[in-house]
Ligand binder design. Structure first.
Ligand SMILES: NC(=O)c1ccc[n+]([C@@H]2O[C@H](COP(=O)([O-])OP(=O)(O)OC[C@H]3O[C@@H](n4cnc5c(N)ncnc54)[C@H](OP(=O)(O)O)[C@@H]3O)[C@@H](O)[C@H]2O)c1
Length: 309
């Protein structure tokens, strides 16, 4: 099966290498084209534009940062719409909101193509190991056709029905995850500051009812202040923001997620400005903000609350 792949960030690179390793022919494109060179070493071909990739491949997967990136590869010059047609399938695996997904679906279908949204649960390591959880929705026939690729990329695929359901499921999952990570960071900080050994806290948590894979995987590295590049914080904040908007639309009050979003937002802005790293802080480094900046954060937070609009 020949597959096009748009977007070679942390996830897209790992996923396309995985497809190549399993015998798929892959044609890649990335906005920063030089990032394609490494994929060529793994056997990929390069498409100069998204349109060129669509023209060449029956199926094309996209893994892009956010709604604006997902829309731009579709609608901009040399974009997907210029070449999508009857018999071609487009699978967007980026994490976006359901409105964005629907816009993309309508545009693709208006040109005769088939569309599937398929955001993933799991990070860099599961992407490298083909252990993602795939949350697909849209054209069922396309889902069935691309299952062999999903089987390589993930440990489990869900087909969730109409377009939007995959996006919503992914946002709910990441909203829970963002809130949990904040509570976890606060707990580790509280343990440390109150004279406990946080490593012992990890052992205690692991033996109880709230043991989970994220605490297990991230806890030990957080205690070493090691925040390896896996899930950019700016993407976690984007997911919290989109999940809160979904809450608004459905009249669901989510004060815990809203507070978690404030912490993530603050951490992302403050750290990024201070270090000029353009958003490249990684999920779980929230622990650092708890340790270093809790007092400062709350000071700014309450000053903002007290300042008239
Ligand atoms: N990392 C994770 O653990 C993880 C887990 C599950 C889901 N996700 C989701 O998967 C998606 C990709 O995540 P990632 O971690 O791979 O992100 P990333 O490393 O930041 O990569 C983002 C990709 O999007 C491209 N891009 C950004 N803006 C663009 C634009 N305007 N036009 C075209 N391309 C654009 C980037 O191209 P350049 O190289 O040119 O910048 C890059 O290829 C996100 O929606 C994220 O929320 C991530």
């Amino acid at each position: 099966m020949e597959i096009g792949f748009l977007g070679l960030g942390i996830m897209g690179k790992a996923m396309s290498i995985n497809l190549l390793r399993h015998g798929f022919k892959v044609t890649v494109w990335n906005r920063t084209l030089s990032k394609c060179d490494e994929l060529v070493e793994h056997g990929a071909s390069i498409g100069e534009t998204p349109a060129a990739v669509i023209k060449k491949c029956k199926y094309t997967i996209a893994m892009l940062s956010d709604p604006s990136a997902a829309l731009s590869v579709i609608f901009d010059k040399d974009g997907v719409l210029e070449q999508i047609s009857n018999g071609k399938g487009y699978i967007d695996m980026s994490t976006v909101d359901d409105d964005t997904s629907l816009k993309i679906s309508e545009a693709i279908k208006a040109k005769g193509g088939d569309f599937l949204e398929a955001p993933v649960s799991g990070s860099k390591k599961p992407a490298e190991d083909g252990q993602l959880v795939i949350l697909a929705a849209g054209d069922k026939a396309l889902y069935d056709e691309v299952l062999p690729a999903f089987d390589v990329l993930g440990k489990k695929s869900f087909y969730l029905g109409e377009v939007g359901n995959g996006a919503k499921m992914k946002l709910v999952v990441n909203m829970i995850m963002g809130s949990m990570m904040n509570a976890f960071s606060e707990g580790l900080t509280l343990a440390e500051r109150s004279g406990l050994n946080p490593a012992t806290l990890l052992d205690v948590l692991d033996l109880g009812a709230i043991s989970n894979a994220m605490f297990k995987m991230k806890g030990p590295t957080m205690l070493k202040n090691s925040y390896s590049p896996a899930f950019p914080l700016k993407h976690q904040q984007k997911d919290m923001r989109l999940a809160l908007a979904l809450g608004d639309e459905n009249a669901v009050s989510m004060p815990v997620a809203a507070a978690a979003n404030e912490v993530i937002l603050f951490h992302n802005i403050f750290r990024c400005q201070k270090n000029q790293t353009n958003g490249q802080y990684f999920f779980s480094s929230n622990f650092q903000v708890n340790k270093d900046e809790t007092v400062f954060f709350y000071l700014i937070f309450f000053l903002c609350l007290m300042t008239p609009p």
